[in-house]
Design a protein around this ligand. Structure first.
Ligand SMILES: [Zn+2]
Ligand SMILES: [Zn+2]
Length: 298
């Protein structure tokens, strides 16, 4: 599991967020528009229902979690990959990139979903240009394996490209560089073909989901995805256990605060009180918080 952030959860952003959670990652989303942000869980739940109906998901839930934040700095804190999906506007993207670069971790990769804007221009005011590039998931994301990479020829480092490629390939994605100037947009027929191929793949591999959930290699399956080596897996498992207990906001303290009235336990008491003070909502369900109670673990 990797910690990722999606900034801007409009039509494309919410699909990317859902898809990354489907892939087992901890997804932290933010949008300036509160109404858009509050709709995220409803849209993702609806996506889950449709994916299940279409045979694209074998579990009832995604393996990863989606947390919603009003503040950009809360969403990008300690995220390894940050996907910017705000509207296709150069000034908006430049500002978001600058803001992200000022509060993200020192090794975070920042990707823009821009279709046609120049990556060099988007990252103009950013210090960490070597860790920036364009990464375009093709709509509707969940079952489309192709992902376009648009590095800056001047700035994006090879290491950045390699990290992105590995991250995508582990999720069963195919990363490629755009050829020519035109972005690829799939038509209905192409989408249907990919959906059918994806269902077939799930059937043959006994579920794409399974390879993230399993700790024991599935020896019975033909063509099953190669299990990760043991060392890497156990580290992954350990970090998963640690993360399940740590506050989703400060990522420092234990989760020891129950938010009222939704009763979600995902933050520490300090962050719970902070959310309450700034009239913010629950990172899981986006319900208004009326109170924050300390809980004591035995
Ligand atoms: Zn906290
Ligand atoms: Zn809640």
């Amino acid at each position: 599991m990797v910690r990722v952030a999606v900034i801007g959860v409009g039509t494309l952003g919410v699909k990317i967020a859902g898809s990354l959670a489907y892939g087992g990652h901890e997804v932290r989303v933010q949008d300036q528009n509160t109404i858009t942000l509050n709709k995220v869980s409803v849209i993702i739940n609806e996506d889950k229902r449709i994916l299940k109906e279409d045979g694209l998901i074998t579990n009832t839930n995604f393996l990863g979690e989606v947390y919603c934040f009003s503040k950009l700095e809360d969403a990008v804190r300690e995220a390894e990959f940050i996907f910017e999906c705000v509207t296709e506007d150069i000034v908006a993207k430049q500002n978001i990139f600058k803001h992200i670069s000022m509060c993200c971790s020192d090794n975070a990769i920042i990707a823009t979903s821009s279709m046609r804007l120049s990556i060099d221009q988007i990252i103009e005011n950013v210090n960490c240009k070597d860790r920036c590039l364009g990464v375009r998931f093709l709509y509707p994301v969940y079952f489309v394996p192709e992902v376009e990479l648009l590095p800056s020829r001047t700035y994006t480092s090879l290491q950045t490209l390699e990290r992105v490629r590995q991250f995508l390939e582990k999720m069963g994605r195919i990363a490629f560089f755009r050829s020519g100037n035109e972005p690829i947009v799939l038509n209905d027929q192409q989408r249907e073909a990919r959906k059918a191929a994806f269902v077939r793949q799930i059937y043959e591999n006994k579920g794409v989901n399974h390879r993230f959930a399993q700790t024991i290699p599935d020896l019975g399956a033909i063509n099953s995805v190669k299990p990760e080596n043991d060392g890497e897996n156990s580290v992954d498992q350990q970090s998963l256990i640690v993360r399940e207990k740590e506050c989703v906001i400060c990522m420092d303290h234990q989760r020891d605060c129950v938010l009222h009235p939704c009763h979600h336990l995902c933050v520490c008491i300090q962050c719970g009180r902070l959310l309450l003070k700034r009239s913010d909502s629950c990172p899981i369900c986006r319900r208004t918080i009326n109170n924050a109670f300390r809980v004591y673990h035995s």
